[in-house]
Write a protein that binds this ligand. Structure first.
Ligand SMILES: C[S@@+](CC[C@H](N)C(=O)[O-])C[C@H]1O[C@@H](n2cnc3c(N)ncnc32)[C@H](O)[C@@H]1O
Length: 382
């Protein structure tokens, strides 16, 4: 049993990750030191939000998102896929940023788009709407979606709310709030479904580069730093790009979210058990997490995916549907890389597994009470 407790205590704007974990993984059998990480003076929720929104007033974040063609093309394809529904309708863009999705919707024929943005980038969004002669259709509102007053209910909600490991940043509750307050019955939510996956990974190069590196540095034995390197590597979730070759089992579903029905209460803490079988003899260096989102209409909801369903079937089923009748945005290691990359939780020491050996345990992902934009992750593995 290797319990590991990780607190994400920074960021975050997802595009500039600086995830830190302040409590070390506990040794075998000990209870996790939940919440042990907070060392700084308490900061109010308003201050956390101010810092969060300030990070979105920087152009760099928007550039990184918009240049992520996998992401931006998926949203554009989803809008065009649902063009018949969007034409002549009212859209709410939750967190419009530069306004790019609002402009896509207006060009797809939306009668009106409410483009709501809490950060200062709203000023530029307004100018972009003007420069593209869309002021008749797109209304930019500078404010939090929780605080704004719209003139009418909407037919469509679109939002790009996904953070690292899907849930980081905790923007989804704002979309759920908007859904409950402003969406007409039968309305469309884009994206409609999201699935978080996890799988054990092997990555000797990365582990050796961070930990074994200290054994011989320019001929100097610096192995005194190895314990610190292990601590650092395993306490801090790492955002990096891995490939399919690093993943040693079929993935397990941590959570499947139906945005038409999911609640803020459910978002607060998500626990999943996993049981996977190693496809090879290899050292497991940790677990990788990634997600997919789908863009389905209200009538074509993706069926709930039970976590015991063969993940291969899930993936194949989705791929088939994706090419035929739905749009899928994937951040999986075997797919084209995105700016989300994958989130890796490294162990302090690798665990050797044989081919077909079962690896099982549980993971809990919960919103930090100190700063709801952050996540606490508790992973157990045996
Ligand atoms: C990931 S960015 C997406 C920006 C843009 N939609 C795009 O696709 O390029 C999320 C944006 O939502 C904004 N945001 C997050 N929570 C919000 C809220 N509750 N109300 C209004 N804006 C919010 C952030 O400031 C940020 O600009």
């Amino acid at each position: 049993m290797l319990p590991s407790h990780l607190n994400g205590h920074s960021p975050l704007a997802r595009r500039r990750p600086h995830l830190t974990a302040a409590s070390p993984p506990t040794s075998a059998g000990e209870p996790p030191a939940a919440g042990a990480a907070a060392t700084s003076a308490p900061v109010s929720l308003e201050e956390h939000d101010r810092i969060y929104f300030q990070s979105y007033s920087h152009i760099g974040i928007h550039e990184a998102m918009i240049k992520d063609r996998v992401r931006t093309d998926a949203y554009h394809s989803a809008i065009m896929h649902h063009q018949k529904f969007i034409e002549g309708k009212v859209v709410l863009d939750v967190g419009c940023g530069t306004g790019i999705l609002s402009v896509f919707c207006a060009r797809a024929g939306a009668k009106r788009v409410y483009a709501v943005e809490a950060s200062e980038i709203a000023t530029q969004a307004c100018e972009i709407v003007k420069a593209n002669n869309l002021t008749d259709q797109v209304v930019v509102i500078h404010g939090r979606v929780e605080d704004v007053d719209l003139e009418e209910k909407v037919d469509v909600i679109i939002s790009e709310w996904m953070g690292y490991m899907l849930l980081y940043e905790s923007m989804l509750p704002s979309v759920l709030f908007a859904r409950d307050k402003w969406l007409k019955p039968g309305g469309l939510i884009l994206p409609s479904h999201a699935t978080l996956f996890m799988a054990p990974i092997t990555n000797s190069e990365r582990y050796e580069g961070s930990v074994d590196f200290w054994c011989d540095v320019y001929g100097i034995n610096m192995s005194a730093l190895v314990p610190l390197a292990k601590k650092f590597t395993s306490e801090e979730p790492s955002i990096e790009t891995i490939g399919g070759e690093n993943v040693i089992s079929w993935p397990s579903v941590v959570k499947h979210i139906d945005c038409y029905n999911f609640t803020t209460e459910e978002f607060k803490s998500i626990t999943a058990k996993y049981k996977v079988s190693s496809m090879m003899l290899a050292p497991i260096h940790g677990f990788g997490f990634w997600f997919e989102v789908e863009f389905n209409g209200p009538q074509e909801s993706s069926p709930n995916i039970p976590s015991d369903l063969n993940p291969l079937e899930i993936v194949q089923k989705k791929r088939r549907r994706s090419s035929e009748d739905t749009v899928l945005l994937s951040t999986a290691p075997e797919d084209e890389p995105t700016h989300w990359q994958q989130t890796i939780l490294y162990f302090p020491d690798p665990i050797e597994v044989k081919q077909d050996q079962t690896v099982e345990g549980s993971v809990t992902v919960s919103q930090s009470e100190e700063n709801p934009r952050f996540l606490n992750i508790h992973l157990e593995c045996s």
